[in-house]
Design a protein around this ligand. Sequence first.
Ligand SMILES: Nc1nc2c(c(=O)[nH]1)N[C@H]1C(S)=C(S)[C@@H](COP(=O)(O)OP(=O)(O)OC[C@H]3O[C@@H](n4cnc5c(=O)[nH]c(N)nc54)[C@H](O)[C@@H]3O)O[C@H]1N2
Ligand SMILES: Nc1nc2c(c(=O)[nH]1)N[C@H]1C(S)=C(S)[C@@H](COP(=O)(O)OP(=O)(O)OC[C@H]3O[C@@H](n4cnc5c(=O)[nH]c(N)nc54)[C@H](O)[C@@H]3O)O[C@H]1N2
Ligand SMILES: [Mo]
Length: 698
Amino acid sequence: MNDTPGHALKPSPAAGAIQVVQVRGACPHDCPDTCALVTTVENGVAVRVAGNPDHRHTDGALCTKVSRYAERSYHPQRLLNPLKRSGPKGSGRFEPVSWDEALDDIAARLKAIAARDPQAILPYSYAGTMGLVQGEAMAGRFFHRLGASLLDRTICASAGGEGLMQTLGGKVGMKVEHFARSKLILIWGSNSIGSNLHFWRLAQQAKRDGARLVCIDPRRSETADKCHEHIALRPGTDAALAFALMHQLIVHGWLDHDYIERHTLGWEGLRERALQWPPERAAAVCGVPAQQIVDLARDYGTTRPAAIRLNYGMQRVRGGGNAVRAIACLPALVGAWRDPAGGLLLSTSGYFPARRAALQRPDLLAGRTPRTLNMSTIGDDLLRDASAAFGPKVEALIVYNSNPVAVAPESGKVVQGFARDDLFTVVLEHFQTDTADHADYILPATTQLEHWDIHASYGHTDVLLNRPAIAPMGQARTNTDIFRALAARMGFDDPCFAEDDLTLCRTAFEGSVDFEMLLAQGYATLPVPEAPFAEGRFPTASGRCEFFSERLAAQGLDGLPDHLPNFEAIGSSSAFPLAMISPPARNFLNSSFVNVTSLRDIEGEPLLEIHAVDALARSIVSGQMVRVFNQRGEYRCKASVSRRARPGVVNGLGIWWRKLGPFGTNVNQVTSQQLTDMGRGPVFYDCLVEVAALEESD
Ligand SMILES: Nc1nc2c(c(=O)[nH]1)N[C@H]1C(S)=C(S)[C@@H](COP(=O)(O)OP(=O)(O)OC[C@H]3O[C@@H](n4cnc5c(=O)[nH]c(N)nc54)[C@H](O)[C@@H]3O)O[C@H]1N2
Ligand SMILES: Nc1nc2c(c(=O)[nH]1)N[C@H]1C(S)=C(S)[C@@H](COP(=O)(O)OP(=O)(O)OC[C@H]3O[C@@H](n4cnc5c(=O)[nH]c(N)nc54)[C@H](O)[C@@H]3O)O[C@H]1N2
Ligand SMILES: [Mo]
């Protein structure tokens, strides 16, 4: 394989005997920023990971987490050999085995299951790496050739993604760099300082130039602290707020009638629906003062250019898809799209012409149509028996790039499923995570410092190439190599299984992005128009911004967006009166980095933020251990009586490894497996709980 580490960017002349090279790479993490990295390597050891100063979106800066990427890669607990289970399921006890022994045994087990029904085998993966190659390229080929069950990868963004598709026609929107010139920025459902740092730098620039920043978030986040205004609405009430804004735009005539007429579809219907949402009605639903809504509408209706940075935090509730649809109507109503610094950005991923089919080869299914299982209901699905509706019981699970035992909802059931003695589980990992504890085999995988990959982004419009900086650690192998080796043992002889990683990197954007430029500078910018919808031309069927969706109406669904209350709305249960949201902790990336000591030291321990009024009613004081519970289960953590929590809502900061929390559970013990209105996504932030101080005897 042509993955020789160490491409010299700047050979250091004064290094003497020490050979120093700088290697260009890409941050692999699930984050909109997709940073360009420069890794300094001394005598084959990565000593520093920094942001590439030449890449404008990265601008030489990294978040605290990823600046510790070398510490993570050289972590003393990094998995360096294949391991085979030596204790009971879930005990976390393993013994080293050779690669040959592990791969032979895994292939034999998979062959036996596949001989009965390959759909009893399920891949489970998400965005541990966002790389197109170490993600689904060779893995996709392997599982397609095998005929395994397909996985619906819904755990993060599918509700909002689907909502955006319905209204704008794709995962497309403003170019992030233009936020620097906006005069009003609504940061909606996003803690940008924690999870979208490079956007926040642009918002700061706009603020210095006089822009007003408004944060719409139930939690008084670090970002809310730094905005001019914070609208602390109840979780899952964003569509109500959006409709009230429309109501005010209509009654005050702050509309761009020319834009509406020429570039939108369904205005009359939307107008009628919005007029049912006077600010007072929305204020009661959202739990915010009506005046705050009126003021926001005035700002939005009268400031140009006005931009919305929508993010996925607001779509993890029952009505998440509809809420995104409603919000995505706003820029068209005021003609904000006319200016490059106006409009909305949720995701840019639709701009990338990634050749996923060429990488993942669904044609290897050869006419078979395996069932699809939803990753967000893995808890229930692992516990299901064979049936006509479900198909075969899941007998084998191959997990890579994901830590479902920590991150999937209703973990009580997820753990029960993973603990099944008759389930054969293989986990490809860097570390012995909660999920790896439940494996039959753990296979050590390379990190981004050790392999080739290529990356799209969902927050900017550049393609990035990642070169390996160092040799694989210990016996670690790339995900691709592990699937190649398994394919060989399964007797899959299609030549596509022999392709090396550099070839896969070339395939990803062949014909659209100049690979030589990627090799030379590490990134390449896509040709996206500066104001993509200034003249309409939305990628919808009608070419317009679709307030009304013919497609949905044809399916017998509501053609217009609507406000759908949470499954577990505040006030709907007397036993569980508090709404819990569980946004990520700033120094972790989902459940990644929780085991990196320097970062865990910053976060301290799992915390539940609770408002003083709710704390007082329960005699809870800061620093006290509490039980957070509902009908699904209970977890325990420390309370922080905090102004970051609004009354009626508690914030359980995520996503700790269960085994690194004080009682071996985490926040997902109480979240539910219900699914969103669109996109079949999880509803992590649609969750009622009660909280009680923990007695000594508990
Ligand atoms: N540091 C860090 N960065 C990350 C991640 C991480 O774990 N840590 N995760 C990455 C991933 S996977 C993703 S998908 C992105 C997510 O990117 P964002 O969606 O920007 O994610 P968060 O920072 O989680 O912001 C979610 C915010 O939404 C708020 N929120 C919760 N419920 C509601 C609601 O009903 N309405 C509104 N308006 N707001 C609500 C939360 O309080 C939180 O502050 O971030 C990525 N970046
Ligand atoms: N309660 C609650 N739950 C949530 C969320 C929330 O806000 N609240 N957020 C949800 C969201 S937005 C998301 S995206 C999901 C994220 O869930 P996951 O995608 O599972 O993300 P991580 O927890 O970061 O786990 C990724 C794992 O992949 C491994 N990994 C990284 N790179 C590689 C590689 O190259 N090869 C292999 N084999 N492994 C690798 C890492 O070591 C890590 O253990 O969690 C969801 N869960
Ligand atoms: Mo995510």
